[in-house]
Design a protein around this ligand. Structure first.
Ligand code: C2E
Ligand code: MG
Ligand code: MG
Length: 588
């Protein structure tokens, strides 16, 4: 051994020997065969072995057997190449307990550069590793149910899918969403909601057995990983089992509750090559199942397109108002006696840049869901009032405009005042604007709705109940709200035959309307037979393709002039309409 700088030869050797002896790190020296030649005090303390027990043995005395062959191959590869090896070893003490040791093994060379020994220094890092493990568990476990959480599920799915191709195996992911959980949570409180989730987790765990895995993805969403080769039939059986397991009532605070689930299934590798796609597809299938009223649904490729379309539409509609893609068509309501125009109904259209003109049934739910119905509704109102004003200024004989308003809009307490202001701003006669209340059955029995309607009444705006007869509570609205008009739903008109039930119904609506001095407008009049039957029943007004399709303002002006030019001084000729001389304007 050469001299150590700062020490005399002898002094250096003594200091180094004492340093090795007393250093807090454990030290072990072996020869190139791995035979232990030296261990220090810290080694004895750490392992529980005394010096004389291990000298002459190999380091395998402390091996735990918890490292892979690859770990040792890497170790020896380094050492034989003359490079140090660093790593955390899981070792075993004399008493059998395990510890984690952060270790560096360094080859020692003689003067000629030949490796003669290896020195391993290490320190016990069990505390740190234990803490890391606990933190990882915490980060990987759902604290409420004790199930693996989303991160853990994704992690395991990743590992599982990695080996999938090589093994030629398959797996399935079930995405489970509870039906109506929000109602339970909102009406019984979070504590009850939490208990329900814990119970659901327990039932799921009891239903599935290893190697399948249940995780809570968040909220009322759970996911299941089915490992190994699983046929569609096998997955089918598991879904049925899960549904059956959730069937018995859940015991809650004071009463028992029922809860069901919707399950979406995606299989790998067929339905997705990576965990994120697979989960997304299972989620899409779950929504499809929910849309059908529950139970379970396997993923089909066609669903992604539908989901993507829906997603795009949602984005598109946000831009539609700014891009002026909305426009209105108008459809006249005419007197069954004189043929004169009573009003024109404004009907919303969306000119989509890709799909062309779309009817409101397809996008009004989106407007409501996104809250856009409020600004768009206000725009419709302003546009329709401006149009009426413009016709009137041009001498076109259109006395009234009818505008549809959805229940969501009525919930807005400022709506009444806003609409009244628009009517006044356009200098329209009060009474030349009629609001059509759609989906009267959905009208909440709230004071807010009633006060909006009262504000409108005070401003002189008229009120019509649209699609009358379809909502079972329609009749009660006649008494509660300041109604001027009822519109008979087009289904009654379509199925009206001779003395049939629908004919009787129309007759009684006309009777009730008469006693309340209300206008009655029949919708969806498509044939001359319907026209004459409605006349005979004493119905006042009609709207429908037989008379005029929803059309652009200019077409409406032409239609109105045609009505005025009716022969024999009659304002509009019912006989002409009877003969089917309806305005055949282009419909959207
Ligand atoms: P609605 O208020 O009952 O409007 C009458 C619907 O019947 C219109 O459908 C119209 O095009 C259609 N129609 C007219 N004549 C005939 C006919 O002879 N036969 C048949 N089969 N149908 C006929 P559209 O334009 O697709 O509107 C559907 C619904 O969308 C409307 O029903 C209304 O509830 C809603 N809607 C339309 N525009 C608006 C709006 O500006 N705001 C709101 N909130 N809802 C609107
Ligand atoms: Mg309407
Ligand atoms: Mg209607």
């Amino acid at each position: 051994m050469g001299g150590v700088e700062g020490f005399s030869n002898e002094e250096g050797a003594t200091v180094l020997a004492s340093a090795l002896e007393q250093i807090a790190d454990s030290v072990m020296i072996t020869d190139t065969e791995g035979v232990i030649k030296y261990v220090n005090d810290s080694f004895e303390l750490l392992t529980g072995y005394s010096r004389h027990e291990v000298l002459g043995l190999k380091p395998s005395v402390v091996q735990s057997g918890r490292h892979s062959g690859a770990f040792y191959r890497r170790l020896w590869g380094n050492l034989h190449a003359g490079r140090p090896f660093r790593g955390v070893f899981i070792n075993r003490r004399k008493d059998g307990s395990h510890y984690h040791e952060s270790k560096t093994i360094t080859p020692i060379r003689d003067r000629s550069g030949v490796i003669t020994h290896f020195v391993a220094t290490g320190r016990d890092v069990s505390d740190r590793v234990g803490l890391e493990e606990r933190l990882r568990n915490l980060a990987y476990t759902d604290s409420l149910t004790g199930l693996p959480n989303r991160a853990r599920f994704l992690d395991l799915l990743h590992k599982e899918m990695d080996g999938l191709e090589a093994s030629g195996s398959q797996l399935a992911v079930l995405f489970i969403d509870l039906d109506g959980f929000k109602v339970v949570n909102d009406s019984h409180g979070h504590q009850v909601g939490d208990r329900l989730l814990v119970d659901v987790a327990r039932r799921l765990r009891d239903t599935l057995r290893s190697p399948d895995l249940v995780a809570r993805m968040g909220g009322d969403e759970f996911a299941v990983l089915l490992r190994g080769r699983r046929s569609v039939d096998a997955v089918d059986i598991i879904c049925r089992k899960i549904i059956a397991a959730l069937e018995p009532p859940f015991d809650m605070a004071r009463a028992s509750t029922y809860i069901s689930a919707s399950i979406g299934i995606a299989r790998a590798p067929a339905d997705g090559g990576d965990p994120v796609t697979l989960i997304k597809h299972a989620d899409t299938a779950m929504y499809r199942a929910k849309g059908r009223g529950g139970a379970y649904q396997f993923f089909e490729t066609e669903m992604t397109r539908a989901a993507a379309d829906e997603f795009n539409m949602r984005n598109d509609i946000r831009r539609a108002e700014a891009a002026s893609e909305f426009f209105l068509h108008y459809q006249p309501q005419v007197s069954l006696r004189s043929g004169a125009i009573r009003s024109v109904e404004a009907l919303l259209r969306w000119h989509h840049p890709v799909y062309g003109v779309i009817a409101p049934g397809a996008f009004i739910p989106l407007l409501e869901e996104t809250g856009l119905i409020r600004p768009v509704g206000l725009w419709i109102f302003g546009e329709a009032c401006a149009q009426l004003r413009s016709w009137q200024s041009a001498g076109v004989d259109i006395p009234m405009v009818s505008i549809n308003v959805s229940p969501t809009q009525l919930e807005d307490p400022s709506l009444g005042a806003q609409l009244a202001e628009v009517v006044a701003r356009h200098g329209l006669e009060p009474g030349s604007v009629e609001i059509e209340l759609v989906e009267t059955a959905r009208l909440a029995e709230t004071d807010r709705v009633e006060s909006t309607l009262r504000t409108l009444e005070a401003a002189g705006v008229r009120l019509a109940l649209d699609d009358f007869g379809t909502g079972f509570s329609a009749l009660t609205h006649l008494h509660r709200f300041p109604v001027h008009t009822v519109k008979i739903d087009k289904d009654f008109v379509r199925y009206m035959h001779g003395e049939g039930e629908d004919t009787r119904l129309i007759e009684s609506i006309v009777g009730v309307a008469r006693t309340h001095s209300l206008d009655v407008v029949a919708e969806g009049v498509e044939t001359v037979e319907q026209w004459t039957s409605l006349q005979a029943l004493g119905c006042g007004y009609a709207q429908g393709h037989h008379i005029c399709r929803p059309s652009a303002p200019a077409t409406l002006a032409a239609f109105a002039r045609g009505c005025r030019k009716a022969p024999a001084g009659r304002p509009g000729d019912p006989e002409r309409l009877k003969g089917g001389h309806a305005c055949r304007a282009s419909s959207a």
